[in-house]
Design a protein around this ligand. Structure first.
Ligand code: FRU
Length: 492
């Protein structure tokens, strides 16, 4: 018999540290997220060199130590013991000045634990050496750009770094050649690196991280509306089976190809080349505008069999213009990945790794029983909303988030189109860029007439995981006041 859902449960967990309700309502909003990582100040973009070592998860990232605009790119650093709370550490790898007074910026890349000292950078028998493989980006006034791959190494768990004195280790003479992602595969190092303007990646191998041999190329497939950046390649377990497939991530265009976004390919890797499965259309990692440059963690403990990723939450189209509080840019919560096999086609499933201290509203309801709108008064703009919605006898529903006066960020689901849309046109500050106000949508197929949404609202970011992470939408918003309400209505 079909279960009748009604307002069965409304569980509210208040974060022990958060101020009590009302006090915050209607005060000017803060945009610093409460449970997403962002540094104290300055500009950030891509996550870099994410790696686990000795009880610590390391997040390095593109960082400008001198201000809240892109420039002087260096690697910032944060660590976490639990994947949920992050502690900022001093700058890890700084931009350097060259003898001709040009600078070498430290662009995106990855980090590995060289436990066998294959690089020879460490003392004999030392198993905890970290090596960063990054793009050395030189802008020589007059003669133009050069991009090549270089190494730095650390014997103190990423706190201090030395540059390899024979950098760069990989230079093919291209001006655009960047974002190396390195991992260990059957006893050898594999690097995947982008030739952005050609929509190509190259795959190399090495035994010592210093000498690289080209194995294969892949590209000119899927979405080529924007340049290809930040590639990665990793094995993902298939749910309800003992199998896994290889997934390639590419940062390029979003569903609306005027914007940056991410796509993925599913296929096989034989140690030399990547062979994609046949696919229909483009596979999107996230259907929002603000999820870019995600890469996986290296060296995860063996109990973590699912790869874990983090992304930069912004979009190059307006990233330099978003409201700044002396800092600009933030990172997603980590997401754990698996694949589902649907009639022989594999799709990504993403599960957020989140703190259990977030204020959480859990609501199970049947839309057709919603005679009036249901309002939840929220004391702050930082919470999690877990919705299980039975759509029987209804046309769909809408959820106003951060609703205060005319301001709202609106999520709506229409059964006829099977589309879940997110509308930030009236979300608050939007006039810093003509490109910011937008509506995005993703297709959600109800499961047994039910749609499940796990919605994370954190001051200036909203991440929506639908149907257990089968589709995800991430968007920035800038409400002007604190304590906007949640209003749930049925679609008339
Ligand atoms: C992607 C990117 C990378 C580059 C870095 C520079 O967001 O353009 O390709 O390495 O940012 O900050």
């Amino acid at each position: 018999m079909k279960k009748i859902f009604t307002f069965l449960s409304i569980a509210v967990m208040l974060n022990a540290c958060s101020p009590t309700s009302k006090t915050l309502k209607n005060e000017p909003a803060t945009y610093r997220p409460a449970y997403h990582y962002t540094p104290e100040k300055n500009w950030v973009n891509d996550p870099n060199g994410m790696v686990y070592l000795d009880g610590e998860y390391h997040l390095f990232y593109q960082y400008n130590p001198f201000g809240d605009k892109w420039g002087h790119m260096s690697w910032g650093h944060a660590v976490s013991k639990d994947q949920r709370t992050w502690k900022e550490l001093p700058l890890a790898i700084p931009e350097t000045m060259n003898v001709d007074s040009s600078t070498t910026m430290i662009f995106s890349g990855s980090a590995v634990v060289d436990s066998l000292n294959t690089s020879g950078f460490f003392e004999k028998g030392f198993t905890k050496g970290m090596v960063a493989i990054y793009t050395s980006h030189i802008d020589k006034k007059g003669t133009g750009l050069a991009q090549h791959q270089s190494l730095a190494y650390s014997s103190d768990k990423g706190r201090t770094w030395k540059f390899y004195d024979k950098n760069p280790v990989l230079n093919i003479g291209l001006k655009d050649f960047r974002d190396p992602n390195v991992f260990m595969y059957e006893g050898k190092w594999i690097m995947i690196v982008a030739k952005p303007l050609e929509f190509m990646v190259q795959i190399y191998e090495s035994s010592n991280l210093k000498d690289w041999k080209l194995l294969s190329e892949f590209g000119n497939m899927g979405d080529v509306a924007k340049i290809w950046e930040c590639p990665s390649l990793f094995k993902v377990p298939v749910e309800n089976s003992d199998k896994s497939k290889w997934v390639m991530f590419i940062s390029s265009a979003a569903e609306d190809t005027e914007f940056t976004g991410m796509q993925y390919f599913v296929g096989d890797f034989d140690g030399k080349s990547f062979t994609p499965d046949a696919q229909e259309g483009v596979l999107r990692v996230d259907y929002g505008k603000d999820f870019y440059a995600a890469i996986p963690f290296n060296n995860l403990p063996s109990k973590d069999k699912n790869p874990m990723i983090m992304a930069w939450e912004s979009n190059w189209t307006y990233a330099p213009d978003i409201p700044s509080e002396g800092r600009r840019g933030m990172f997603s919560m980590p997401r754990k990945l698996s694949l589902v096999n649907e009639n022989g086609k594999f799709h990504l499933v993403q599960k957020p790794v989140c703190s259990d201290k977030i204020q959480t509203e859990t609501l199970t309801l049947k839309v057709s029983e919603l005679l009036e709108s249901k309002t939840l008064e929220m004391p702050s703009n930082s919470y999690r909303l877990n919705l299980t919605i039975d759509l029987e006898n209804s046309k769909g529903f809408s959820v106003d988030l951060l609703k205060n006066g005319e301001e709202k960020s609106v999520l709506s689901y229409n059964i006829a189109t099977q589309k879940l849309s997110f509308d930030r046109i009236k979300s608050g500050k939007i006039d810093f860029s003509k490109k910011f106000p937008s509506v995005e949508s993703m297709k959600i197929i109800p499961q047994n007439g039910i749609v499940k949404l796990d919605i994370f609202v954190d001051n200036s970011i909203i991440e929506i995981f639908a149907n257990g992470g089968r589709a995800v939408l991430t968007d920035l918003v800038f409400p002007t006041t604190k304590g906007g309400n949640i209003i749930i209505s049925s679609l008339k």
